[in-house]
Design a protein around this ligand. Structure first.
Ligand code: NAD
Ligand code: ZN
Length: 532
């Protein structure tokens, strides 16, 4: 029996109607706010007060994942719960979803006695706040089947929903593509995630001007012809694939090809590929003619969840990773999940390493999701659906880069595992993939954190179990000498006043930056994790 999900603004009767519905239809009733209160022993208002809204949203994500695995439920959701596209995808996948609506005055009348307990209505002007929030959420709520409740009894509303469920309504709300707005330093742009989007890039990214596509020799032949709605454009610029080519020489080659294509200051560069192409094309877009517009079409999981968002671009030097670069915000990021069907499983795994990183930084629900699902495609089986997982990881990155676009503070958290990881990539001559090096780097960060007394050793164990499950490495290859890695770490950018800075962990969702790490401890971690 598919679940029935009720969404809508507070005061539209989700709980009252939901209880009645459950009773009449022999289902179990769950209210997500109550579910969260039971899990945490705190009321919603207390969670907002003590731990902040972002913690509450994490608990909602956990509820979505947990309840999506159950059947025969009526679920009344918090007012913003289903407006999170990842929650809507997970909970709505096998359910009938209805949005209850009511006139603003009726909402105010229904809520009059409990305004004090509603964190979203805090402040003097509750009526004004209700109108503002309704307007803000109109588009989000509008994607679900609507049930008007003004002037109706709860019993009448419940009867209507039962009849409409029996008629199959509410089962196919539009969730693809999903849009996640990112607040960049020079304006807002959208990360659009869905299926079969490449053919609509011109429309979705609002590209009116001449565009030049930059891709690599693997991705270009597979997908460049899918970009059907771009304005007339020159032939794609194709670079050799892989990190060894993320160099100034490649960028110079790009400049030459852009000039040959006649791209002027009003043109736009479209990056079609993984993080290597995105980083280089972005750097070219930041510098060519002192800057032209830029659109990211990531085709690896890693680029979708991480590299394409936040505006960091650049190239490697022989001395180290990403040592030359620029901040360049894209005008849109369009992630077509369909492209993942040709991405080799090792590359999917590499992307999952950055997803694990996001989970460790700020989203315990992501780790749960990874620990329970089957995320690596077995040969010959259909690919898992990465949509909601991608969205959750993107949200972590989005919130951090919006708060700190130029890495003056909290953005450094995204470098968790990367001080070790970059050294491993570089010393291995880029034989070890970025995502794989990050996986080992995350284990190293957990090891070092425990060694310095910040975290429990259980964290490293949990992490190793998860990464191994995702077929990612957790030990440093034997041919990479700890001393060489330590030297390479010395040229990492993440130094402050000559001291190496590390992102360490106290636990899941609790990372911090410190320069207070003795070299002997770093070396001990490198030795402890060296493959025998
Ligand atoms: N700018 C940032 O904020 C940021 C964040 C994370 C990582 N990065 C950078 O991203 C890079 C790693 O990115 P990556 O893992 O995407 O590597 P990548 O770009 O090298 O892609 C990996 C491989 O997959 C191939 N490929 C890509 N899409 C494919 C598809 N759909 N089907 C088949 N093959 C496909 C590529 O040709 C390449 O061989 C690193 O250089 C890293 O430093 C940047
Ligand atoms: Zn990375």
């Amino acid at each position: 029996m598919k679940n029935i999900i009720l969404t809508g603004f507070m005061g539209t009767g989700k709980t009252t109607v939901g209880r009645l519905l459950a009773e009449r239809d022999g289902r179990r009733f769950v209210d997500t706010d109550e579910w969260i209160a039971t899990q945490t022993g705190l009321s919603v208002a207390e969670i907002f007060r003590q731990e902040g809204e972002s913690r509450f949203r994490q608990l909602e994500a956990a509820a979505a994942l947990e309840l999506a695995g159950q059947e025969g439920l009526v679920i009344a959701t918090g007012g913003r719960f289903m407006l999170d596209p990842a929650n809507a995808l997970d909970l709505g996948r096998n359910a009938h979803v209805f949005c209850l609506t009511a006139a603003p005055d009726e909402i105010l009348a229904r809520l009059r006695d409990e305004i004090g307990q509603r964190p979203m209505l805090a402040g003097a002007d509750a009526a004004g706040q209700i109108r503002r929030l309704l307007l803000e959420r109109a588009e989000g709520y509008g994607q679900f089947a609507q049930v008007e409740t003004s002037g109706k009894t709860a019993a009448a509303v419940a009867a209507e929903i039962l009849a409409r469920t029996a008629a199959g309504e509410g089962a196919n709300h539009l969730l693809s593509p999903t849009r996640l707005p990112v607040q960049g330093p020079d304006g807002r742009y959208d990360v659009i995630v869905g299926h079969d989007l490449l053919s609509r890039v011109g429309e979705l990214a609002a590209i009116g001007q001449t565009a030049v596509v930059i891709s690599d020799e693997t991705v270009g032949p597979l997908y460049a012809t899918h970009l059907r709605d771009l304005p007339p454009t020159a032939a794609p610029i194709l670079l050799p694939a892989g990190e060894p080519y993320k160099t100034l020489a490649s960028v110079q080659m790009i400049y030459g090809a852009l000039l040959a294509a006649g791209l002027d200051r009003h043109g736009v560069i479209v990056a079609l590929g993984g993080g290597v192409i995105g980083d280089m094309a972005g750097f070219a877009a930041a510098t060519y003619l002192r800057g032209v517009a830029f659109v990211q079409c990531p085709t690896t999981l890693l680029a979708m969840v991480d590299a394409s968002i936040g505006g960091k671009t650049g190239v490697d030097l022989p001395q180290g990773k990403n040592l030359v670069g620029a901040f360049k915000q894209p005008q849109a990021v369009i992630a077509d999940l369909e492209t993942l069907t040709t991405l080799p499983a090792v590359e999917i795994a590499a992307g999952l390493a950055e997803v694990v990183k996001s989970g460790l930084i700020a989203a315990p629900a992501i780790l749960k999701q990874l620990e329970t699902g089957a995320w690596l495609p077995a040969p010959g089986t259909p690919r898992p659906n990465y949509h909601s997982l991608c969205l959750r990881a993107i949200q972590v990155k989005r919130d951090i880069v919006a708060a700190d676009p130029y890495e003056a503070g909290v953005r450094a958290h995204l470098n968790l595992g990367h001080t070790f990881g970059h050294a491993i990539e570089q010393v291995s001559g880029y034989r070890v993939r970025h995502g794989e090096a990050v996986a080992i780097g995350l284990v190293a960060a957990a090891h070092l954190s425990a060694r310095l007394g910040h975290a429990d050793t259980a964290l490293q164990q949990r992490l190793e179990a998860l990464l191994t499950r995702l077929r990612l490495p957790v030990r440093i290859p034997a041919d990479l000498a700890p001393e060489a890695l330590l030297r390479a770490m010395g040229s990492d950018k993440k130094k402050a006043s000559g001291r190496l800075r590390f992102v360490l962990l106290r636990g899941v969702g609790a990372v911090f930056v410190t320069a207070d790490v003795p070299q002997t401890a770093v070396l001990a971690t490198l030795r402890a994790l060296a493959q025998p």
